[in-house]
Design a protein. Structure first.
Length: 583
């Protein structure tokens, strides 16, 4: 039985539904953690995890709760390092002195002047004895089994240098709410939001190498910290623990509740992102959004383009109107070639198109017989000297942008492919009523592909803002997609001698298996004129065609569940019809 979403987009969870989920899962996790902890303690050595808490006139009650959440940890090999930034609250100072007296696992440093959060955090780092450092805010909590799962991740993954978990928030009644079930590491998303932050664990040697926290990034010092770490390692050295281990307290002085509580934080984050990309030699601007950040490239890597168009009975006028969107995009700076594929098309219409497009681009018409489009490209265009090719659907009729630059949409898309292993990028496709038709695609239960925020208004930012942030996905639709020609054709070198009519989505799977990445860019927006029924039929066709994504070694493996690293299984489950019907 297929698991279907009750809503056609990933939505925030109700407090009641999340409470039920916590009730079902917490005890199971704790029981597993107790058993796992016994196994860890049988090892010759277990990692010492040092937790740092910077304080400054903290709320005494909340600080005690934060410290207690560490002292209650099932995993025993921890150290708590607290640095106080010259607080004037005498009650707070007495609490800290008392805690240090009561436990040799707790070390306190009292600074003799106020230096702000980055300098204070570095003072806490100086107390660290462990191989690993975890960050905990002075008013937040960690779950009692948190360090067990972290230690397990460290022991099982010796190559890992950074670890993060899922998180939720604590309301004024200490009730857990607003869980963020995060994806596995997603570099583009990290440049749009700091999803790493809570619960973030860092290898101490890596922190020493980058010099700890930097002054001048206060408010987003942890964002700057993780970006500088990421710049030193590869993605395979970053581990996501798919459990809610951190509880972020909501109150008026916290960014969890009040975005304006630290008005200086967004600018510090912008500077941190810019610094990260400048270090990589990129010429960019960073825009601050209500739901995150957006990287805007100043350079356009697109110099030439091969457009792949399949004609399915559209009139000459419809074809020209759709292609005008491309002509506006490429302008005069980009060399354009067009390949038209058709199964049955009037010769008279072909000549009419040739006449109308003569001054726009080089064009060629190919009649499809027993050969698919991808097979033809692989066999005939192996040595083509064009950097990018784009698959184009003729239902696209307009550009949706508030910018004066009509070529913006294609430059924006191309800028998503600056990274060497980023090989494909897709825009957001909306209807004339500004409803999302195609966007980034995640693989749900039973290998069913789902378009994020489908049929929602284009301005809806979705679950934790992800619908409108640049990020990597496991799959993109070929409705409109920009692909690096060289990488796409490399796949065919392995299949030239086969008789397989290899399809687009099979190629995507092979690229994915070779660690190539697919980027969704919601700031490049195109308008489709497909009506509701046509959109439904197109989605069915897409679901059928994308089955090729689940074929491995030319064998159907759709029964084998594809674990999509870019969508958390918990958020899909909690939006599923089957789960809700049980409640």
């Amino acid at each position: 039985m297929f698991i279907k979403l009750t809503k056609k987009y990933i939505s925030p969870l109700s407090k009641k539904l999340y409470f039920q989920w916590v009730k079902e899962n917490n005890k199971k996790d704790i029981d597993k953690a107790i058993k796992l902890n016994k196994e860890l303690l049988l090892l010759k050595s277990t990692p010492l995890i040092s937790i740092i808490i910077p304080t400054y006139n903290s709320n005494p009650k909340w600080l005690i709760e934060a410290i207690d959440s560490v002292k209650k940890q099932i995993y025993p090999n921890w150290q708590l390092c607290i640095s106080d930034d010259f607080s004037s609250n005498k009650e707070l100072l007495e609490i800290l002195k008392k805690e240090e007296r009561l436990s040799d696992k707790i070390n306190i440093f009292f600074r003799d002047y106020n230096g702000h959060i980055s300098e204070n955090s570095n003072s806490a780092l100086n107390l660290v004895k462990g191989e690993w450092v975890a960050l905990l805010d002075h008013d937040d909590l960690i779950r009692e089994d948190a360090l067990v799962w972290i230690a397990k991740g460290i022991v099982d993954n010796p190559e890992v240098l950074l670890i993060y978990s899922d998180e939720d928030k604590l309301d004024s009644n200490n009730q857990r709410t607003q869980p963020y079930f995060k994806p596995d590491f997603n570099l583009e998303l990290l440049l749009g939001q700091n999803f790493f932050s809570h619960f973030g664990i860092y290898n101490k040697n890596l922190l020493d190498e980058i010099g700890g926290f930097r002054l001048g990034y206060e408010g987003s010092q942890d964002y700057d910290l993780v970006l500088r770490c990421v710049n030193k390692i590869n993605n395979q050295q970053i581990l996501h623990i798919n459990k809610v281990l951190y509880h972020w307290r909501m109150h008026e002085l916290s960014a969890s509740f009040n975005k304006n509580a630290k008005s200086y934080a967004p600018l510090a984050a912008k500077n941190a992102i810019q610094d990260y990309l400048y270090q990589k030699g990129e010429d960019i601007n960073v825009e601050i959004l209500n739901h995150g950040y957006r990287v805007i490239s100043k350079k356009n890597p697109l110099k030439n383009l091969l457009l792949i168009v399949e004609i399915k009975g559209e009139s000459v006028i419809e074809i020209i109107n759709s292609l005008n969107v491309v002509f506006l995009g490429v302008g005069k700076d980009i060399k354009l070639d067009i390949l038209f594929f058709y199964k049955s098309f009037n010769i008279k219409k072909i000549k009419q198109l040739e006449r109308l497009l003569r001054n726009k681009s080089n064009i060629e018409f190919i009649k499809l017989k027993n050969c698919g489009i991808c097979k033809y490209i692989g066999n005939e265009l192996t040595h083509i000297d064009i950097d990018f090719m784009m698959f184009w659907d003729l239902s696209i009729i307009d550009i949706a942008t508030e910018r004066d630059d009509e070529s913006f949409w294609i430059k924006e898309l191309a800028s998503s492919l600056k990274e060497k292993n980023a090989v494909a990028a897709a825009p957001k496709i909306i209807t004339k009523k500004h409803r999302v038709f195609f966007s980034g695609i995640y693989i749900g239960f039973r290998n069913i592909p789902q378009s994020i925020n489908f049929n929602q208004h284009s301005s809806n930012n979705g679950y934790f803002g992800r619908a409108n942030l640049i990020q990597e996905f496991s799959l993109l639709s070929k409705m409109v997609i920009l692909v690096k020609t060289k990488n796409f054709l490399e796949v065919f070198n392995k299949f030239q001698k086969t008789k397989d009519n290899i399809g687009f989505y099979r190629i995507m799977r092979i690229l994915k298996e070779n660690n190539y990445r697919f980027i969704y860019n919601p700031f490049s927006v195109l308008v489709s004129n497909k009506n509701y029924l046509q959109r439904k039929l197109f989605k069915i066709k897409f679901a059928f065609e994308s089955l090729g994504f689940f074929k491995i070694n030319n064998k159907e493996s759709s029964k084998e569940i594809f674990k999509d690293p870019f969508i958390n299984k918990n958020i899909i489950l909690l939006n599923s019809k089957e789960y809700l019907e049980k409640k």
